[in-house]
Design a protein around this ligand. Structure first.
Ligand code: NAD
Length: 313
């Protein structure tokens, strides 16, 4: 297929590379010339605008930071809808709020284009490996139309229901993730303060009822999981500011639904404090810095915790 791809950042670039590897032809656009150049070197064609990227293609994919970017890329004078042919499906894989999704889908429908929200889980590692989970919202026919394209970038493609339900699934998952990471950080830091070897504690939790992805794959305490961001100074991974954005989406959606999110609101304040203290670009597991005592992080730095020591306390 010929596909228009807009937004070639940490997630979009490896996703686009997997489409090229699967044999699709790509028209790419990003505000960053360096990002476009990297994809052109891999075989994509550069487009001068979202309109040009969407012209003469069979599918358009957007992977952008937030709802405002998606709306403007769709509806600006040189936007996707100005260039796309009727009937060509639009896939938005950005994480945005379900209300904006419905507005975008309506705009697309007025131009005769199916629109699906298809946010992802799996992070930059999953994007590079082509093993992302796609949570798809939209009509059954639109889902069937886009599924083959998504299979080139992901392993689990799930139809969640009507327009917006993909984002509902994504927001609820990240609500759990933000809370569970804070819970594991709290417990690991308490164990450290009470004097247990944190590697032993991590091992116990990971074979006991406290086990979760935040403890057994992404443990925030340095020295417990060698491949976690905690082992490399909280660099790479899923940024604190992105987690903060997702918890904001969850609490906003909850307000709209008059539904309480007690723990989500508290977790949002923890990541907000980190961001305010200058740790917004660190992986979100650095939330443990809010709990660890002066000196503890320094002691751990000998074992690899070399990031922004104490910056978020
Ligand atoms: P990123 O900031 O690395 O990339 C965004 C890209 O969009 C950048 O290259 C930027 O130049 C481009 N862009 C911004 N405005 C644009 C515009 N008007 N026109 C064209 N290009 C524009 O972000 P990311 O990490 O790739 O995340 C993208 C989306 O995926 C976000 O909504 C994020 O919440 C979500 N997400 C991220 C992860 C992750 O681990 N990073 C995981 C799951 C979901």
């Amino acid at each position: 297929m010929k596909i228009g791809f807009i937004g070639l950042g940490n997630m979009g670039a490896p996703m686009a590379l997997n489409l090229l590897k699967a044999g699709h032809a790509l028209n790419v656009f990003d505000l960053s010339e360096a990002a476009v150049r990297a994809l052109v070197e891999a075989g994509a064609q550069a487009a001068g605008s979202p309109k040009a990227a969407a012209s003469d293609v069979e599918c358009v994919i957007t992977m952008l930071p937030a709802a405002a970017h998606v709306r403007s890329v769709l509806s600006a004078d040189d936007g996707v809808l100005a260039g796309i042919a009727r009937g060509v499906p639009i896939i938005d894989s950005s994480t945005i709020d379900p209300v904006s999704v419905k507005a975008c889908a309506e705009l697309a429908a007025q131009h005769g284009n199916p629109f699906v929200d298809a946010p992802v889980s799996g992070g930059t590692g999953g994007a590079a490996a082509g093993t992302l989970t796609f949570m798809v919202g939209g009509s059954a026919s639109a889902y069937e139309q886009v599924k083959p394209v998504l299979l080139a970038m992901g392993k689990n493609i799930v139809h969640c229901g009507d327009t917006g339900t993909g984002q509902v699934a994504k927001i609820c998952n990240n609500l759990v993730l933000g809370i569970s990471m804070a819970g594991v950080a709290e417990a690991m830091a308490l164990g450290e303060a009470l004097g247990i070897d944190t590697k032993v504690l991590g091992g116990i939790i990971n074979t006991s009822t406290g086990r979760c992805w935040s403890s057994d794959t992404y443990n925030p305490m340095p020295g417990v999981i060698d491949t976690a961001p905690a082992a490399r100074g909280y660099s790479g991974g899923f940024g604190t500011d992105l987690m903060l954005k997702d918890l904001g989406l969850a609490t906003d959606a909850a307000r709209g639904a008059r539904q309480p999110v007690y723990l989500g609101a508290l977790a949002q304040q923890l990541y907000q404090t980190m961001s305010t203290n200058g740790a917004g670009r660190l992986d979100f597991s650095a939330v443990i810095k809010l709990y660890r005592r002066e000196g503890a992080a320094d002691a751990a730095s000998d074992k690899g915790d070399k990031g922004d020591k104490g910056g978020a306390r």
